[in-house]
Design a protein around this ligand. Structure first.
Ligand code: ADP
Length: 445
């Protein structure tokens, strides 16, 4: 009963993933999520806290007033439209603002309020009367540093005495200059040069050191060592803060080298489930038949918004072209686009200006578009060794329990190999006790 077509071998594009691609990819994902995000991500999980001193009382706040912020900063916070601290901020803020300062390692998925939290901590700790750098914040890329800089500017809007400068490549300062800005934000390499070789910054006067996006940071060659070298120049009593969206072993090892005696806060990602999703597969013989099947389905899927996933850029480009030729209006999100272009495409899609988004696995990984209720795997998700990528399947198709909306997933199968992948994915999820995982054969094609 299986289709006997030869394995579909698709050429070229983004099959290869080197470490460098991987780190660029992570940084791009993180930036995209920041650019398209307009508010907090919902998370119903409990915050886990591990205190350095388990006997000291654990404070958490339900309002910004309780933090006794400077009035200018409270005004800045409310000016940004924040009413109350986010889940992670409830615990992280009192720890970061405590006297004496406490070190912190915090992990939670992107969009949960980490940046806003450490920006508030930096702004609270600087003394605007002192005209020298007091806070350093390192980010993995120039673009991410700029994004954080924007948050500092917004939150510090009513506190204009505090100044900010970017330690990024291309920002060339005169030799011998001593910076007067209280906050320096930048990438590890330039920051290290400014602290050591060029001496624009006196590291001994730094009170707060923030390392943002630790998981992205360690994916880039050299960033880890540079960060550690900066950290070593700072005084013993400098407050060290490290943030990460994920917490693999490698991130954890790095975190411990950057932050001595830390308090640790973790907020688990909201579980995704497949319970409310109807899953189907369609048997075809080749790419052209898959396209035909897709056209047959088209009327049904565009009732809602759909995302179509392809394995390579080449296929995604081809498919978007063919669909357009058929007169369908589709958007294409592809890896060769600039990050800003990609953000613009996602934003249009999120706003419902386009109903269908064609993209590749790599490009759309980790991007949350909540309102999508139809997902089409034009190619089944596989990892770089050709094995089923269960996690990607779940992330694409799954819904967080909280939103729990109904959805539809259609898998396009065009060879024994892709049928095998589908079966293995099904087996994988059937082994999880509490998931009902059934993929029905579609009657449509
Ligand atoms: P992260 O650094 O974890 O990715 P951000 O600090 O960038 O998260 O916050 C995600 C989004 O939520 C941003 O748009 C930010 O302005 C907003 N935000 C942060 N804290 C709050 C809050 N307490 N109330 C409302 N919105 C918030």
């Amino acid at each position: 009963q299986l289709s006997s077509a030869a394995a579909n071998t698709e050429g070229g594009g983004d099959n290869k993933t080197t470490d460098e691609d991987d780190s660029e990819d992570k940084a791009a994902q993180s930036l995209l999520n920041k650019l398209i995000r307009s508010n907090l991500v919902n998370n119903t999980n409990q915050v886990e806290v591990l205190q350095k001193d388990p006997n000291s009382p654990l404070y958490s706040v339900k309002s910004f007033e309780e933090l006794r912020l400077k009035p200018q900063l409270l005004q800045g916070v409310y000016g940004m439209g924040f009413n109350r601290p986010s889940k992670i901020q409830e615990t992280a803020l009192p720890m970061m603002l405590a006297e004496p300062p406490q070190n912190l390692i915090a992990q939670s998925q992107s969009g949960t309020g980490k940046t806003a939290a450490f920006v508030l901590a930096m702004l609270s700790h600087v003394d605007p009367n002192n005209k020298f750098p007091q806070c350093l914040c390192v980010s993995p890329t120039y673009e991410l540093a700029l994004q954080t800089g924007k948050v500092i500017e917004q939150m510090g809007k009513y506190y204009p005495e505090v100044k900010l400068v970017y330690a990024i490549r291309g920002n060339k300062l005169q030799r011998g200059l001593k910076l007067e800005e209280q906050i320096v934000i930048g990438t590890p390499g330039t920051m290290l040069d400014w602290c050591s070789k060029l001496r624009f910054i006196d590291p001994k006067k730094i009170k707060v050191f923030v390392l943002d996006e630790a998981d992205v940071m360690i994916a880039t060659q050299g960033h880890q060592d540079q960060s550690i070298r900066i950290q070593r120049m700072l005084p013993k009593n400098c407050q060290m803060l490290l943030f990460s969206a994920t917490f693999e072993e490698s991130v954890w090892n790095f975190a411990q080298r950057i932050v001595p005696d830390p308090n640790i806060i973790k907020l688990k990602r909201e579980e995704e489930t497949l319970d409310t999703i109807k899953q189907y597969y369609v048997l075809c013989n080749n790419k052209e038949e898959k396209f035909q099947a897709l056209c047959n389905l088209y009327g049904a899927i565009t009732i809602a918004q759909a995302m179509i996933f392809c394995h390579t850029r080449k296929t995604a480009g081809w498919l978007a072209g063919e669909l357009s030729r058929e007169g369908h209006q589709v958007a294409l999100l592809s890896g060769e686009m600039q990050v800003e272009q990609r953000a613009a495409v996602i934003e249009r899609f999120r706003d419902g200006k386009e109903k269908v988004l064609v993209t590749t696995n790599v490009c759309a990984r980790g991007i949350d578009v909540e309102q999508v209720s139809v997902v089409i795997n034009f190619d089944m998700p596989v990892d770089k060794d050709g094995n089923p990528d269960n996690e990607t399947y779940l992330h694409r198709i799954g819904r967080t329990g909280r939103f729990g909306k109904r959805g539809l997933a259609i898998n396009m199968v065009d060879s024994k190999m892709s049928m095998n992948i589908l079966n293995r994915i099904q087996e994988h999820f059937s082994e999880c006790d509490d998931v009902v995982f059934v993929i029905d054969k579609s009657i449509i094609f």
